[in-house]
Structures are given as structure tokens and as C-alpha cells.
Ligand binder design. Sequence first.
Ligand code: NDP
Length: 444
Amino acid sequence: MSYVDEVIDLVVKQNPGEPEFHQAVKEVLESLRPVIDQNEEQYRKDALLERLVNPERQIKFRVPWVDDNGQVQVNTGYRVQFNSAIGPYKGGLRFHPSVYIGIIKFLGFEQIFKNSLTGLPIGGGKGGSDFDPKGKSDREVMAFCQSFMTELCKYIGADTDVPAGDIGVGGREVGYMYGQYKRIRGLSEGVLTGKGLSFGGSLARTEATGYGVLYFANAMLKANGETLEGKTAIVSGAGNVAIYAIEKAFQLGAKPVTCSDSTGWIYDPEGIDVELLKEIKEVKRERLTAYAEARPSAEYHEGKGVWTIKGDVAFPCATQNELDIDDAKALVENGVIAVVEGANMPTTLDATNYLIDNDVLFAPGKASNAGGVATSALEMSQNSQRLSWTFEEVDSKLQGIMENIFANVDRAAKEYGFDKNYVVGANIAGFEKVVDAMNAQGIV
Ligand code: NDP
């Protein structure tokens, strides 16, 4: 049995009931076969893959808090510190009822390669809780965040582990957690990113993931003789990533006509009104039905369905496994030329393979959505320098980073004979640097 298959089997056996983690490991290791097969003997002797798929540390903790009725609630908190070969652990916190250790491990594993791809000195980690901020009062969210950080603060720090936001964790939650960290540890340091601008946040961090997705898409299309100009974009999600992907898509000459949330989706043939979407999702925290009510050109549909709409470029920006094989078939039938992932692992493995086999340009999230974490690393740099850069400075660095990521991914794909397969390219390019750093630091 090949080393790759052995390790995949081992992961499934040692991590039962964690299908998302199995899926992530399988996808990464399968696409690394060309590199691993070339070095199989050495890697096996060094147990390189066993070390790579085992988190350096995982922390699970109780998060008790009191709701507005005086009732004590108990949630579970997680932080997986996956790999610090390149730098301090870096990766978001997700607050969503679906969170369990398998989701955090899948995200943390992917994060290692994504962070490596940014070219910046950050290792991989991820955390979160099964707490659902939806429908909670500000006071309840604060009570939860303070309790969560009371425990987490023992394990993080500006030079050890620097969490950020993810699903369910935005500026409000980061602010409450930062306040509690500072109160307990007495340190004003860059321990969290995605902070408010008045206390060490970076300009353009809010926009970074969505903008970065579009910079990556632009570079990929350009390298393939195409452009975003005049293209129709199909976007899913209505959160941080989706909103700023939509905004930048307009700026680059495309017309995004869809968005979605966990209950339904919008088709707006005149183009999504991004200011209205921001008002509904960022300010009022309402459902998308409010968008359709305010905008006569828009249709609202219950459930899922954005991938049935005809368009040129698709941007899945909501959550994992939201684009399956049937969706991929519908996209191909509708003549889509590229799928660029904004979310983490939104496309199932068979859907990814179907798209690639049908000559659709496919950008994996670990490359195309790396702009968020890259800008978080820029926030860390600014905090260390005790300086704030301008929006333009950060945005132009972000654009450079995304173009560089595409160039690296493209180079690695070509070098190993997988021209235009950016999944293989991203995994190889990310892996090369991590392996180099792990080898240099000995068996630790
Ligand atoms: P948000 O919480 O801001 O938005 C998530 C969006 O997806 C919301 O519209 C939400 O709907 C929808 N959604 C969440 N879960 C589901 C579900 N199970 N089914 C359908 N829709 C769902 O998160 P972000 O925009 O920050 O993150 C989106 C994705 O991008 C995630 O995969 C995240 O890991 C990834 N990502 C985020 C980065 C960032 O900087 N924010 C960086 C890199 C990756 P509703 O409004 O109803 O909750």
C-alpha cells in the first residue's frame, strides 16, 4: 500500500466520526501524491505525514454563561493548534451550532497550507464553539465571549497563537474577546486580528477575504486569456466574504446577480445592491427576505438554488459542502468558465473533480480566500510596529499577495505536470514550504 493510502486509512481509524476532517486530509494527500511518491522512502522514515495530520495540540473547554432569563447555559469551546513550523498558529474562531472537533480539525488542517501559501510567517490553527450568536442579545453575546476568552487566554498570545473571526465571529465578538483578554492578561498586544479600527485593527481587513477572492479570480482568468469584465457572477452567502466579493466583483467590471443565506437565496438580474445587502446583514442582522422586500427587481427563493442560475463565474462564499455534484453539473450545463471558492471547502470532492474534468477553471479556497488571513498577518505586523497603514497601502499589499499566490500555485501545478489544476498546485506549493520548515527544525 502506498504511504498516502496508509496515512489516509490511519486518519480515518484514529479520528472516528469526523468526516469533514477525513475529507480535508484525503483531498490534500491525494493531490500531493506526485510529490510524496517521489520522496516516499524518506517521508515514511521521518513519519512526515503522520506528524502533519496530527495537531500539535488540541484544547477543548467548558464555556458557561448566563442568558437574559438568568438561566445558565453551557457550550463547548475548542482551539486546535495544528502546525507552528512556519510561525505562530493563526486561524479563525467559528461560532455555529454545527461546530464540533471534526470541523475545527478540518479547518485547522486546511489553514496550514493556506497560511503557507500567503508567503507570510504564520502557522495553522482554528477554533470555535457550538454557541449560536443568532437571536442572542448583545449582552448574551458579550457574556459568552468573555467566558470563552477567560479559558482561551491561557493558550494564546501575540507570538504563540493569534485567532481571528470566521462564521459567527465578526467585529463585535472579536471586540468582546479582546477586551476580556486584555483585562485578564494585562497586555495590549496583537493577540486577535479583525479588531476594531480604534484599537489596533487594520484598515481593509473587513474587505480582505472577499476582495482577495476577486484579485485571485482576476489573476487566474488573465492567465487563461479571460477577464472579469462583462461577466455575470453567481455568488452564494451573504456574510463577510460574500458581501466584499460582490463589492469587488462590481469594481472589476462583473455583475453579481445572486446571494444566499442559511434559509434562502436572492436572484437579482439587475445586479445585487451591495449597500442594501450590507444594511440588512451587517447592520440590521435580518434575513434575505428583507432584501427582496426592499428591491423590486429581486426574487427570493426558499432553500438552496443559486447554482441553477446562468452565469460565467461562480463564487461559493457561504459554508463547507454547499456545492455538490448536481450543482456542478448545472453550472457546467450553464457554461460557467470558472469556480472560485470564497468559503472553506464549499465544493464537495466529486463536484471539484467534475468541474476540473469539464475544463472549468477551479480555484480552491485555501488559495483564493487566503486574503483574509494574509491581511490578518498584516494586522499583526502593524501591531508589532505600533503603526497603522492606510487602506490603500493594505489593499495594494493584499493585491500583490493574491497575485503572488496565484503565480506560485500556477508554477507548482505546471512543474509537476498538472497544468491548470490549481487544486494540486495549491496543495503542492503550500506543502513544500511547510515540509521545508519541518525538516529544518528536526523531530519536534
Ligand atoms: P459569515 O458568518 O459572515 O457568513 C456566512 C454566510 O453563509 C451567511 O450568509 C450564512 O447565512 C451562510 N451560511 C452559514 N452556514 C450555512 C449553512 N449551513 N447553509 C447555508 N448557508 C450558510 O461568515 P464568513 O463570510 O466570514 O465566512 C464564510 C466562509 O468563508 C466560511 O467557510 C469561512 O470559513 C470562510 N472564510 C472566511 C474568512 C473571513 O475572513 N471571514 C477567511 C477565509 C475563509 P446566515 O446569514 O443565515 O447566517
